[in-house]
Each structure stands twice: as structure tokens, then as C-alpha cells.
Design a protein around this ligand. Structure first.
Ligand code: NDP
Length: 335
């Protein structure tokens, strides 16, 4: 079993020295357990938070422990009546080639229904985050303007496409000309490069009727540009702040939080943070039904960025926080 453990807590951008590759014996399953071989490992921005011991909604990964992460795995050996060798399952086995899982904590996947790795992307946690955050908090109405950044990623691309399905105008923000061109292909009404010198002006021009829903994925200068455009009663599902995850200090300049509170008051804004898990019980079944249908109909399309080999997970993960991925970032660990 090859595995990648957290060697040290990063300061700023994670370094390769923050990770360590180890080889340990393949474990033996006990009663009710499965021995799994990882096929795909999902890399997600939240992992940066787990590397840090700052207070958050989930405990940090302990030093010298395996990095956490969602996985699609093949059952190698089953000690549970519900599973057989060869079954493919969704698990949370982290950055390693083999693992044990409690059979109650994995979900069997049907390879005939959808490519199995979509259970980590468009038909998994990121797709669900978009679906629940947009529909439960953003509540876009026909004709409204929805803005989302990190818009080519698994969360943002689903947000924009679901907004279109609900009859809203979708304005996508991404880094670089290739990503902007892809947003237009996906049917976003406007696509803007946040690296452009006149980004804020372009965003203003793209939102002539203001912004009704801003699905917050990134924070920082994108949020600064969106805030003045928010309409009365605008909704802001706060999903992520990826531009800040490697930050080591508060932004420079005066504290603007009271101006922000003033704006929330005078514009009657709803700014609501969420962790997708809170919606699972009520919304997951609806999500799977709706999303599967939208994918079948071609109304939701998705893109994957697949890196080969577990050893490349650390560099791919560092790249994710810098926008080097183009689509849902996955590591292919085994055939
Ligand atoms: P992505 O695949 O979209 O990857 C992150 C992207 O963020 C990068 O590709 C990059 O895209 C963009 N980015 C990075 N730095 C900046 C910056 N300084 N300014 C603007 N954009 C930047 O990730 P996901 O779709 O998996 O996740 C998107 C967001 O959703 C993240 O914030 C994540 O933490 C959050 N999330 C929250 C969940 C919840 O339950 N609340 C659950 C899942 C995800 P580009 O090149 O276009 O700039």
C-alpha cells in the first residue's frame, strides 16, 4: 500500500515537503469490512483547510496521517454480504492505493449508469454543492442574473448551467482565455477573465441589470467587484473563498467590515454560508434524479482534468489552488 501523509502544516502555498510518500503492508479486512483498491482520488479545495490546524467545520488531518479525500474504489476482498470482489464503490479512503472500509460507509456504484468517476464530480459532492447552494439559498428566478467564479470547476460550471435551466442569465468568471472560451461553449451568457486589468469594468458591463444571485466561490477581488453590483434582495450563497485559502495575513488597507454590514442592511442582502452536508438528507435524492436527467439531456455538461498516478497528487493539489486545473481535478490511481 502506497500512501501520502501530511508531513507538516503548510504556511501559505503548500510545498511538496508538506507531504510524504510511505509504503506500508496492505491491510486485512475484518468482519463487515472491505479491502479497497483506489481507482480515482478526488482533489478538492477543502483539503487545504484540513492541512491547517486553524478552527474550522471539520477537524484537521493529524500530522503523519493519510491525507483525506473522496475516492472511487474497486472491492478487492469483501467480508460483508452486500459486496463482492470487483464491485466499484464510492468511499472516503484518502490519498492511498489500498484501504479498509466499513461496508456501511461506502456506496455501490453502477458503472453502466454513468462513468464511475462522476461520483466524485458532477454526480457527487461538488455537483451537489452547486445544486443545493444555488437552489436552496440562491433561489434564482427566471430573468435574474446569477454570477459565479471558478466557473469552469465542478461547482461553478454546475451553478451556471443550473441557473440557465431555471431561466436565469448566467455570468461566469474564470482565469485565462481558454477557460473563458469554454464558459461560452457551456452556454453562459457572459464570460469574464478575472485576470484582466479592467475586470471590474467588464463585470459591470456584463450585468446591466445588476446581480441577483452571487454564488461565492472565491472571495478577494472578485467579491470586491461584485458587491457594488448586488441588487436589493440579492442572495449570496457563500460556498468557498478559494482565493484566500493560502493567505497568511489579512488583506491590506482599512477594515471594511462595517461598510459591508451597511450594504447588507441597505440592500436587504441575504449572505448565507453553507457546508453542503447540511442539505444531504433533504436534497440528495432530488439532486441525483435532476442531475442525471440534465446530463442525459445534454443540459448539464462537465469536464474532467485527470492526472495520472498517486505520486502526482501533491503537485496537482497545489495547482488546484492556483487555477492550473481545468475541470474537476481527479487523480487516476489504478486502471
Ligand atoms: P475548482 O475546480 O473550481 O478549483 C478552484 C478554482 O478556483 C481554480 O481552478 C481557479 O479557477 C479558482 N481560483 C483560484 N484562485 C483564485 C483567485 N485568486 N481568484 C479567482 N479564482 C481563483 O474547485 P471546486 O469547483 O471543487 O470548488 C469551488 C469552490 O467551492 C471552492 O471555494 C471550494 O472550497 C468550494 N466548495 C465548497 C463546498 C461547501 O460545502 N461549502 C463544497 C465543495 C466546494 P480560475 O483559473 O478560473 O481562476
Amino acid at each position: 500500500n502506497t500512501r501520502i501523509v501530511l508531513a507538516s502544516r503548510p504556511v501559505g502555498e503548500p510545498q511538496s515537503s508538506d507531504f510524504r510518500v510511505e509504503t506500508v503492508p496492505v491491510p486485512v479486512p475484518g468482519d463487515g469490512e472491505l479491502l479497497l483498491e483506489t481507482l480515482y482520488l478526488s482533489l478538492d479545495p477543502y483539503m487545504r483547510g484540513r492541512m491547517s490546524d486553524a478552527e474550522s467545520y471539520a477537524d484537521p488531518v493529524p500530522l503523519d496521517a493519510v491525507m483525506v479525500g473522496g475516492t472511487v474504489c474497486r472491492v478487492v476482498d469483501s467480508r460483508s454480504p452486500g459486496f463482492a470482489a470487483g464491485d466499484v464503490v464510492l468511499s472516503f479512503s484518502g490519498w492511498q492505493t489500498h484501504s479498509l472500509a466499513d461496508a456501511r460507509h461506502v456506496r455501490k456504484l453502477d458503472p453502466a449508469a454513468a462513468p464511475v468517476q462522476t461520483a466524485l464530480g458532477v454526480l457527487g459532492m461538488p455537483g451537489f454543492t452547486a445544486y443545493a447552494g444555488l437552489l436552496q439559498i440562491g433561489k434564482p428566478k427566471a430573468g435574474e442574473t446569477v454570477v459565479v467564479a471558478a466557473a469552469t470547476g465542478p461547482v461553478g460550471s454546475a451553478v451556471g448551467q443550473i441557473a440557465k435551466i431555471k431561466g436565469a442569465r448566467a455570468v461566469g468568471i474564470a482565469g485565462g482565455p481558454d477557460k473563458v472560451a469554454y464558459l461560452r461553449e457551456l452556454g453562459f451568457d457572459e464570460a469574464i477573465d478575472h485576470r484582466a486589468a479592467d475586470f471590474a469594468e467588464q463585470l459591470t458591463a456584463a450585468c446591466p441589470s445588476g446581480v441577483d444571485v452571487y454564488f461565492e466561490n472565491v472571495g478577494g477581488k472578485v467579491w470586491d467587484a461584485v458587491l457594488p453590483l448586488l441588487n436589493t434582495y440579492a442572495r449570496v450563497p457563500v460556498c468557498g473563498l478559494v482565493s484566500q485559502y493560502n493567505a497568511t495575513a489579512a488583506p491590506e488597507g482599512p477594515d471594511r467590515s462595517s461598510a459591508l454590514m451597511g450594504r447588507i442592511l441597505t440592500k436587504s442582502l441575504t449572505v448565507r454560508g453553507f457546508i453542503q452536508a447540511e442539505f444531504v438528507r433533504d436534497q440528495y435524492t432530488h439532486f441525483i434524479a435532476d442531475m442525471s436527467e440534465w446530463i442525459r439531456d445534454g443540459r448539464v455538461r462537465y469536464r474532467e482534468d485527470i492526472v495520472d498516478g498517486l505520486a502526482n497528487a501533491p503537485s496537482a493539489f497545489v495547482g488546484l489552488l492556483a487555477g492550473k486545473n481545468f475541470g474537476k481535478l481527479l487523480v487516476k490511481v489504478a486502471e
